[in-house]
Design a protein around this ligand. Structure first.
Ligand code: FE2
Length: 271
């Protein structure tokens, strides 16, 4: 199976680069599924139903989220009507929406996507390791589902890497999000799980992790707020990963980073 995963879509410039480049990605890679993290798509804070629908209409199969999932009030109702948008699985019981979804292609092959959130330097949620573990026990890779994708939305690189190693052999891809900077450690672990600590954002990198740089610098240097955060609106770079798996095992045979447009050096999987 061939899967494209795109990291946190940041504001309008992030949305633009994704919508502009999706046709080319579909043409060149012919992915079976496309998954994106959309939790910063609405001016950096959450995602609206309109934005989510536009992504789905343009070929996105699943939208994962993270700590900003509830920033737009409408999301708590939208997420109950659109199962292809998921929120971290380790939120407390009773939280709207679901932490995972299974989607199926026209050949009947199923992909499980699980969204989890880290706890280091973040909100004290339930244990993400236990929550993902329980979910993967229900859907064994290679039998119930052909592809398991885990989006580990976390601040600490250690927590993301620990999740990747913990799930080695049981997931096709474990990819980190939230820190908005692509890491250079794309690899396939010994058990067959493809991994990258952070997919990087789809956003303007002339910024502080996607936000216009003036206010973040102000807060670091003066320790007081002068303004609200707003997304940087320059040309964005699309960032993500491309993974191929063996359908018999669900294990990865290839992972390549994707970077297109904007300020970062481009890289694209060659055949
Ligand atoms: Fe986040």
């Amino acid at each position: 199976m061939k899967v494209v995963y795109l990291g946190d879509i940041m504001g309008r410039s992030g949305r633009n680069v994704v919508l502009e480049r999706l046709p080319e990605i579909k043409e060149r890679l012919k992915p079976d599924f496309i998954v994106v993290n959309g939790e910063n798509a609405a001016a950096g804070f959450g995602i609206t139903g309109k934005i989510a629908n536009e992504l789905f209409e343009n070929g996105v199969d699943v939208i994962s989220t993270g700590n900003h999932v509830w920033d737009q009030k409408e999301t708590k109702t939208y997420i109950n009507t659109e199962k292809r948008m998921i929120r971290p699985i380790n939120y407390p019981e009773g939280t709207p929406g679901k932490g995972s979804v299974i989607v199926e292609d026209n050949r009947g092959r199923k992909m499980l996507v699980v969204n989890a959130m880290g706890r280091v330097f973040m909100d004290p949620l339930d244990d993400p390791f236990k929550a993902v573990d329980q979910e993967l026990k229900k859907y064994p890779l290679g039998s119930a589902v052909k592809f398991v994708l885990v989006d580990m939305h976390a601040e600490a690189t250690s927590e993301k890497m620990a999740m990747g190693q913990y799930l080695d052999g049981r997931a096709s891809l474990v990819v980190g999000t939230h820190s908005h900077i692509p890491t250079a450690d794309a690899q396939i672990f010994d058990g067959g799980t493809a991994y990258q600590t952070d997919a990087g954002m789809c956003g303007d990198y002339d910024s502080v992790i996607g936000m216009d740089k003036v206010e973040p610098i102000n807060r670091f240097t003066k320790k007081m707020r002068a303004d609200r955060y707003s997304p940087a609106l320059g040309e964005a770079t699309l960032c993500g990963v491309y993974v191929e798996t063996d359908d018999k095992t669900g294990h990865a045979t290839r992972i390549d980073p994707i970077r297109l447009g904007g300020r970062l050096k481009e890289t694209f999987p060659e055949n």
